[in-house]
Design a binder for this molecule. Structure first.
Ligand SMILES: *Cc1c(COP(=O)(O)O)cnc(C)c1O
Length: 408
């Protein structure tokens, strides 16, 4: 298949990737999204915007992040013929890929003359990235967070506050992410004239899946060029973990027209029953949620199902619409990794390479390790979306220092 016209066709003007995507919105937000879309389409053509974003990526974020060859891990797990490489987004400022789109969204807000950015956050990773962008651009920032998450994620709450962000603890209902989304949405309904609601992944109504994708593509563009320069050829497999799908879409698309196998990895959690995983692509069905059409996990009433995995950043009951499309046209495959496989990868990458990965990213590393064992000669490029310092306390409490993973 020839994908050279892919970016011209997808998304369509109304934000569709095939039948997925779109914008399902209350009437008075239609104009607000159109304003953002029009501004984005104009601004991303402006050399002033593009150059400023380039400068920020270099001087503030520390890009390009390196590609690293995991020689020791590769030797330990397979017969040594398959080699694993990492794109080191854990070395991006703030320790994960999320800042790539938050800086883009912040710069867009600045160019549009908005004075405030808002969002919800669960584990606090998106909140910290957006608070960082707000501090950089001198924008006001409000982050909504469920009361229970505020208590669980004290270090991230502290970071946001030090960065000057107003963290609102939401104490209604279950006091977690869903209520935080509702509260942030209500704020936006009232304040959309001077505020942008910055969505934290390649999800939500058009134009967010497109914008977040475009801002994250820096990851795959750099990685492709770096890998080619290192090796003189392209990897056989490119892989990344999939929550909402931002780090993965950014990694994948620059390889779309290459003879490269592309695989997204979802969390299988503790099993295949509903509520035990967040593998939306594997077990979900088509539906509309949070303003867009995609594949989602539904409960018996057709509502978003409860989700679980060891990596809270992957716990989302749907997936970006472009992923649903890429699977449908057969360009990207979606596989799963369990909690246990992710923790195994977490400990092995730490001990063999001196890199402590985020539990989210560990799912993609686990998949690469599985394939490396099976495939014989070849190379696998993994997007290491973030660093694992945030996960240490939890992992140690549950698995100690991981001795059980080094027995054989
Ligand atoms: C949030 C997060 C993810 C999942 O989000 P995507 O939008 O699917 O990329 C993955 N890795 C890390 C480190 C995260 O913080």
């Amino acid at each position: 298949m020839d994908y050279s016209t892919y970016f011209k066709n997808y998304p369509s003007a109304d934000g569709r990737f095939g039948r997925f995507g779109g914008a399902y919105l209350p009437e008075h937000l239609v104009a607000a999204m159109e304003e953002i879309n029009n501004a984005y389409l104009t601004i991303c053509q402006s050399s002033q915007f593009v150059n400023e974003l380039r400068r920020i990526r270099r001087e503030f974020q520390g890009r390009p992040t390196p590609v690293y060859h995991c020689e020791k891990l590769s030797r330990k797990i397979g017969d040594g013929r398959c080699q694993i490489y990492l794109k080191r987004e854990d070395l991006n400022h703030t320790g994960a890929h999320k800042l790539n789109h938050c800086m883009g969204e912040g710069l867009l807000a600045k160019f549009m003359g908005k004075k405030r950015i808002i969002a919800e956050t669960g584990a606090g990773q998106h909140g910290v990235a957006l608070a960082t962008a707000a501090a950089f651009f001198g924008l006001e920032c409000t982050i909504y967070m469920g009361e229970i998450d505020v208590a669980k994620q004290a270090p991230n709450v502290a970071r946001m506050k030090v960065l000057g962000t107003n963290v609102v603890s939401v104490s209604r209902g279950q006091k977690t992410l869903k209520e935080a989304v509702d509260a942030a949405f209500e704020d936006y309904l009232e304040n959309y004239k001077d505020t942008i609601y910055c969505i934290g992944s390649a999800v939500g109504p058009h134009p967010f899946p497109m914008m977040v994708r475009d801002f994250q593509m820096v990851v795959g563009q750099e990685a492709r060029e770096q890998f080619l320069e290192m090796m003189g050829f392209l990897p056989d497999i490119v892989t990344a973990c999939v929550g909402g799908g931002s780090n993965s879409i950014g990694m994948f698309l620059p390889f779309i027209n290459d003879p490269v196998e592309i695989v997204g990895v979802e969390p299988m959690g503790r099993g295949e029953n509903i509520g035990d995983n967040a593998a939306s692509m594997t077990y979900g069905e088509e539906g509309v949620m949070h303003g867009f059409d995609s594949i989602m996990l539904k409960n018996a009433d057709g509502e978003p199902a409860p989700v679980y995995s060891i990596a809270s950043g992957l716990d989302y009951p749907s997936v970006g619409p472009e992923h649903a499309f890429l699977r449908e046209i057969g360009r990207v495959k979606y596989e799963v990794a369990t909690d246990r496989e992710a923790v195994d990868a977490f400990f092995k990458l730490s001990r063999y390479e001196g890199i402590i990965p985020a539990l989210e990213s560990s799912h993609a590393v686990a998949y690469a390790m599985r394939r490396a064992k099976e495939m014989g000669k070849g190379s696998i490029l993994v997007n290491l979306s973030g660093r694992g310092d945030k996960d240490l306390d939890y992992v140690i409490e549950k698995y100690g220092y991981g001795e059980e993973f080094f027995k054989d």
